[in-house]
Design a protein around this ligand. Structure first.
Ligand code: CMC
Length: 431
């Protein structure tokens, strides 16, 4: 817990209360209101947590005004260009970059847990073929608690560690199986001679009937997409994982809750929604029509892949993603991809529009990722599962951090009640 660096004074009905102020290593000061209800009999009101820190953390930091994202202090653009996903996983989980020996051990540990319990194949087969892969993932990951009983005791540090490695190792297998099931193809077992990203591409695109060689350029691009999604501070799905875990729920149930939250179009589901929007726009001449809809107060329509609760300048992940989209399409010999042209022109027109400038709305990570994923051969329904598998390490790192916190309490928000005061029950014939 941070040291108190100052005291804020709050006066309510003539009585003044002292609130401790903490100065974090980065970011705005934080007022400690934990004793406010006991002392002053008031709650604070902050739907959507726009001004509320729900925990302290040392994992990820975002400066929304500067467009800065740090994992354990390291800028995301450096990690995306110089590191790779499993090294970033190690950094998020354990706090420091690994030595060569530590990384080798970690990679081998993850690689040796990539297979799932054979009986889980039957579990997959219980779903309809046309189920969205995210629906399948929520179910299968939640069901891991029924298959891995030896890593559900959250009070056992060893079991927590085993669960963490299992989740990181098996998530690509589960996502790939959800995909294969949805297209009616046989499951492809993991190949431990391939690296994390290449193995995922192999499980998604190989078929038993013929040899499939993973394109190393695509594997590198896949790895970068994983890295860019690895963690993102106290976003909705991470907060969901923390809230679920605060009751003592097992890790697989908590991560399934995170996947469920991520699915929504305001969060991870935006990558699918964004590509569908770009396709619906189709050609640059239709862009003004869609911008006008997004600006219309009477129309709930929003530009998908635009805007962010925290970033108010630019999303540094979007900058790397845009470069990656250019590189991948270029390397694949896709010239003048019409959807990429629509995306770039939409970005240009929206950024030049006072509505988006005043509200500080910029492309976010989901704006360009779908273009790359589609170029790789993924259908839109697989975009959010890719996000989920990449974010798993972030959820787990935050989950582990929370469980190690001696101040852990069950999450239990209060409310501003506006309903009826007590009234007498009325028999049905008298209503
Ligand atoms: N298009 C048009 N107007 C927008 C958009 C948008 N994409 N985003 C926000 N606004 C407007 C909104 O109407 C509001 O206007 P007003 O003040 O006049 O009512 C203002 O900007 C502030 O919006 P908000 O909804 O209060 O902001 P928020 O911080 O609660 O929401 C957001 C952030 C990401 C949910 C929102 O920007 C959004 O819905 N974007 C589209 C979905 C999207 O791309 N989500 C991915 C986010 S990044 C990856 C991830 O989290 O998974």
């Amino acid at each position: 817990m941070a040291e108190t660096t100052d005291t804020a004074k709050l006066t309510i009905k003539g009585k003044t209360y002292d609130l401790p102020v903490y100065s974090p290593t980065a970011g705005p000061d934080v007022l400690d209101i934990r004793k406010l209800y006991a002392q002053a009999d008031v709650f604070t009101y902050d739907p959507g947590f726009t001004s509320t820190a729900a925990c302290d953390s040392t994992i990820t930091f975002i400066d929304g005004d500067k467009g800065e994202l740090l994992h354990r202090g390291y800028p995301i653009d450096q990690l995306a260009s110089q590191s790779h996903y499993l090294e970033v996983c190690y950094l998020l989980l354990y706090g420091e970059l690994p030595s060569a020996a530590e990384l080798e051990k970690f990679e081998s540990l993850v690689t040796n847990h990539t297979m799932i319990h054979e009986q889980m194949h039957n579990f997959f087969r219980g779903f309809r073929r046309d189920a969205h892969p995210m629906a399948t993932m929520v179910g299968v990951v939640g069901a891991m608690s029924a298959f891995y009983h030896d890593s559900t005791d959250i009070n056992d540090e060893h079991q927590r560690e085993v669960a963490s490695i299992r989740l990181i190792a098996k998530m690509p297998t589960i996502a790939a199986m959800a995909y294969k099931y949805s297209i009616g193809q046989p499951f492809v077992y993991p190949r431990n001679d391939l690296d994390y990203a290449a193995n995922f591409l192999h499980m998604c695109f190989a078929v038993p009937a013929e040899q499939y060689n993973v394109n190393p350029i695509l594997a590198r691009a896949m790895d970068r997409i994983f890295t860019l999604h690895a963690d993102h501070e106290q976003n909705a799905s991470t907060s969901t994982v923390r809230l679920a875990s605060s009751s003592g729920a097992n890790p697989f149930a908590c991560i399934a809750a995170g996947i469920a939250c991520l699915w929504g179009p305001a969060h991870g589901g935006a990558n699918q929604a964004c590509l569908e929007m770009l396709k619906e726009i189709g050609t640059p001449d239709r862009i003004p029509e869609f911008i006008a809809r997004a600006k219309d107060k009477n129309d709930p329509y929003r530009l998908m892949g635009f805007g962010h609760r925290v970033y108010k300048n630019f999303d540094p992940r979007a900058t790397v993603m845009k470069q990656s989209a250019d590189e991948v399409l270029d390397l694949m010999g896709v010239e003048n991809n019409p959807i990429l042209q629509v995306a770039k022109e939409l970005e240009r027109q929206a950024l030049a529009d006072p509505y988006f400038a005043e509200k500080k709305l910029f492309p976010n990570v989901d704006f360009y990722s779908g273009i790359i994923l589609e170029a790789m051969g993924f259908p839109t329904s697989m975009f959010t599962p890719v996000f989920a598998l990449a974010r798993t390490v972030g959820w787990i790192s935050q989950w582990k951090e929370q469980l190690a916190d001696p101040q852990l309490k069950i999450g239990r928000p209060r409310q501003l009640y506006l309903g009826s005061t007590p009234r007498d029950y009325v028999d049905i014939e008298n209503r």
